[in-house]
Design a protein around this ligand. Structure first.
Ligand SMILES: Nc1ncnc2c1ncn2[C@@H]1O[C@H](COP(=O)(O)OP(=O)(O)OP(=O)(O)O)[C@@H](O)[C@H]1O
Length: 252
C-alpha cells in the first residue's frame, strides 16, 4: 500500500528578488484534508510562498507541487485550487451574483454547476440580500464574503487563504471559521495565512512558522505551545513570539 500523496509539497523552494531572498529553501509537506496554519512575521515570505504555489510567480529555485501539479504549470493548477489573496480581485461594476458567475466562467464552469454551492455559502455568510447589488457599493466585509465564495465555489482540492477574516464582523468571522473547518472535513486542504493566532489555534491541524524565508518550526498547535518554557500555560502567541524572536529564530 502506498501512502496518500500530500496536497502540497515543496523541495528547496526559493524566491529571490534581486538581493532579497524572500523564500529560502523551503521544504515541507501538507497532507490532504487538513487546515494548515502558515504563520510568520511581516516580510517573512508567506505571500511569496503562496504566490509561488498558486503559479503567480516563478520560483528562482526548487520545486512545489499542489494537488500533484507542479506550481509552474498554472494552466493545470487553476483547476485544482482557489486563492483568496489579501486584495481580492473583484469588479466594482458587477453585482456580487455577476461577479460569482464571472468567476465560474473564468474557470470554464457553468454557473448552474456551482450555483447551489455558491448560494449556500452566501446564505451562511448572510450575503443573500446583497447578491444583486453592485460590488463597488459594498463594505469591506461584504467584498471579503464575495471573494471567499468565489475562491471556494468550484470545490477546489486546495485553497490558499490570506487573512480570510479581514474586515468581517464577529458573527461572519465565526461563520467563516466554521466554513473553513467544513471545507477540510470535505477533504479540501486549507492553507491559511493569518496573523490572528487564536483562529489558528482553534482551527488548524498543523502549523508552520516562517521566519526570514525559512521554516523555523512545524507541528500541531499543541506541539508548538508545548515547546514554550514557563508554567505550561503558553498559547500559540507565546510560541510564535518565542520562535520569531530574532536570536532564537536565527538558531532555527
Ligand atoms: N515583488 C517583489 N519585489 C521585491 N521584493 C519583494 C517582492 N515581493 C516580496 N518581496 C520581499 O520579499 C520579502 C517577503 O515578502 P512577503 O510579502 O512574502 O512577506 P509576508 O510574510 O507575506 O509579509 P506580511 O505578513 O507583511 O504580508 C519581503 O522582504 C518583501 O519586501
Amino acid at each position: 500500500m502506498t501512502a496518500p500523496s500530500p496536497a502540497i509539497s515543496t523541495r528547496d523552494l526559493t524566491k529571490r528578488y534581486g538581493g532579497t531572498t524572500a523564500v529560502d529553501g523551503l521544504t515541507f509537506e501538507v497532507p490532504s484534508g487538513v487546515v494548515y496554519g502558515f504563520l510568520g512575521p511581516n516580510g517573512a515570505g508567506k505571500t511569496t510562498t503562496m504566490r509561488m504555489l498558486t503559479g503567480l510567480v516563478e520560483p528562482t529555485d526548487g520545486d512545489g507541487f499542489v494537488a500533484g501539479t507542479h506550481c509552474t504549470e498554472r494552466r493545470h493548477l487553476v483547476d485544482h485550487i482557489g486563492l483568496l489573496p489579501e486584495e481580492p480581485p473583484l469588479y466594482g461594476e458587477l453585482t456580487a451574483r455577476e461577479q460569482l458567475q464571472f468567476a465560474a466562467d473564468l474557470r470554464d464552469l457553468s454557473w448552474e454547476s456551482v450555483e447551489e454551492r455558491a448560494l449556500g455559502l452566501a446564505d451562511s455568510l448572510g450575503l443573500v440580500p446583497d447578491l444583486d447589488r453592485r460590488v463597488d457599493g459594498f463594505s469591506k466585509g461584504m467584498k471579503q464574503k464575495t471573494a471567499f465564495i468565489q475562491t471556494v465555489q468550484h470545490d477546489p482540492d486546495v485553497v490558499f487563504l490570506d487573512e480570510p477574516t479581514s474586515g468581517l464582523d464577529p458573527r461572519a468571522a465565526r461563520t467563516l471559521r466554521e466554513l473553513i473547518v467544513d471545507l477540510a472535513a470535505a477533504d479540501t486542504t486549507v492553507f491559511l495565512s493569518t496573523h490572528i493566532l487564536p483562529v489558528v489555534e482553534e482551527i488548524a491541524d498543523q502549523v508552520g512558522v516562517l521566519y526570514d524565508g525559512r521554516l523555523v518550526s512545524e507541528g500541531s498547535p499543541a506541539d508548538l505551545t508545548a515547546g514554550v518554557g514557563g508554567d505550561g500555560e503558553a498559547d500559540l502567541e507565546d510560541a510564535f513570539l518565542e520562535l520569531t524572536d530574532e536570536p532564537a529564530a536565527a538558531w532555527g
